[in-house]
Write a protein that binds this ligand. Structure first.
Ligand SMILES: [Zn+2]
Length: 357
């Protein structure tokens, strides 16, 4: 197995801490909010900065440099735990093409103790030259709670593609919501069944949205006032799953498209939107998959029927409750497994962080 199921075994490998340049605190821009149960947390007020000098630490991981900015007071044990969490999340996110989406990223860490969640709130920071993520964390939670939390993989996944603007927020949030589950399964943090169940649960939540007077594009611009998070996030995730299945029929994979996009186009200085992203993906894959789907999804007034799409990879509604079941057809099982494994990119031997996958 060439896949990254070994990730858990090596994430505790030594972390390279380099010198500590001074912290250049940046203004933050809120472009991504937490979804689901975490929405109830709402915006948080960080603990005030302490009088201690703030430091920044470069952290080498997944062929990239994360610059950790300790924005609150954390003791040595807490810092150790948080570094391990970031290493694991960065390695997990790198399982698309073998490297973290950006060569450098700023990671702002604020403590938030008054919660039973490891990571109650986070958002990407897009407007600075070096992009990154701001996390609010409760360092009292066990490392396992951090590892099993999807937030970091979601936020890091955002960094693979440029921010497409508010109208097309669904494509950005869909991308991160899709990949948080696929990548956590690829890393072995979730079982395949858990990952598919979580995706289907998300599609179900998206279907319960009542804003049928608005298209997905319109809902994206009014996401906060209309409370349309679930439909926006999970319609977008379904878009990428459907694209993935269509690509697979052509012996291609979303994995390879994203990896190539990272190399050719991610750093381009232009104003991106969903249409331009879809066009770029189609150009890379030499297909007409992303653009027609993009046009269709943007105009939809409710979550598309996801069961016919899931049937193509052998996922069926369960007989009782919300639990999914799988078809016995081995061809469909193979298609489904290929998505989790990201097979096309991992053929051959891929090495990073001193580990052979
Ligand atoms: Zn997001």
């Amino acid at each position: 197995m060439l896949m990254a199921r070994h990730l858990l075994a090596f994430f505790m490998l030594s972390i390279s801490i380099l010198s500590s340049p001074s912290n250049t605190a940046a203004e933050l821009l809120l472009v991504g909010a937490k979804t689901g149960e975490l929405l109830t947390a709402g915006p948080l007020t960080a603990e005030p900065l302490t009088a201690e000098p703030l430091t920044a630490e470069p952290l080498k991981v997944a062929n990239a440099e994360l610059i950790i900015h300790w924005k609150s007071k954390f003791n040595a044990a807490e810092r150790h735990k948080l570094r391990n969490w970031l290493v694991h999340a960065a390695n997990t996110t790198s399982l698309i093409g073998g490297q973290f989406p950006r060569q450098q990223a700023n990671i702002n860490l604020y403590r938030y103790d008054n919660t039973r969640q490891a990571v109650p709130w986070a958002h990407t920071v897009r407007h600075t030259r070096v992009q990154g993520v701001t996390f609010y964390v409760n360092p009292a939670m066990a490392l396992e709670s951090f590892i099993s939390d999807w937030t970091a993989v979601h936020e890091f996944s955002h960094l693979f593609i440029p921010y497409p603007g508010r109208d097309d927020l669904w494509i950005s949030e869909g991308f991160a919501s899709y990949y948080q589950n696929i990548l956590m399964a690829r890393a072995g943090t979730l079982s395949d069944t858990q990952a598919w169940q979580k995706l289907v649960d998300g599609f179900k939540r998206g279907s319960n949205d009542s804003n049928s007077d608005l298209t997905l594009t319109e809902l994206s611009t009014q996401i906060r006032s209309r409370g349309g998070f679930m439909r926006v996030y999970w319609s977008g995730a379904l878009y990428f799953l459907q694209a993935e299945i269509l690509l697979q029929q052509n012996n291609q994979s979303l994995n390879a498209v994203v990896d190539q996009f990272s190399q050719c186009c991610q750093q381009e200085h232009k104003r991106w939107n969903g249409q331009k992203l879809a066009l770029a993906f189609d150009k890379i894959a030499n297909t007409q998959v992303f653009t027609p789907l993009f046009n269709r999804y943007g105009q939809q007034r409710k979550m598309p029927d996801y069961w016919p799409i899931l049937a193509d990879i052998g996922i069926l509604p369960g007989k009782k409750g919300n639990a999914i079941q799988f078809s016995a057809d081995s061809r469909l099982t193979q298609r489904r497994n290929k998505i989790i494994q990201g097979a096309t990119i991992f053929e051959g031997t891929t090495t990073f962080e001193g580990a052979t996958l």
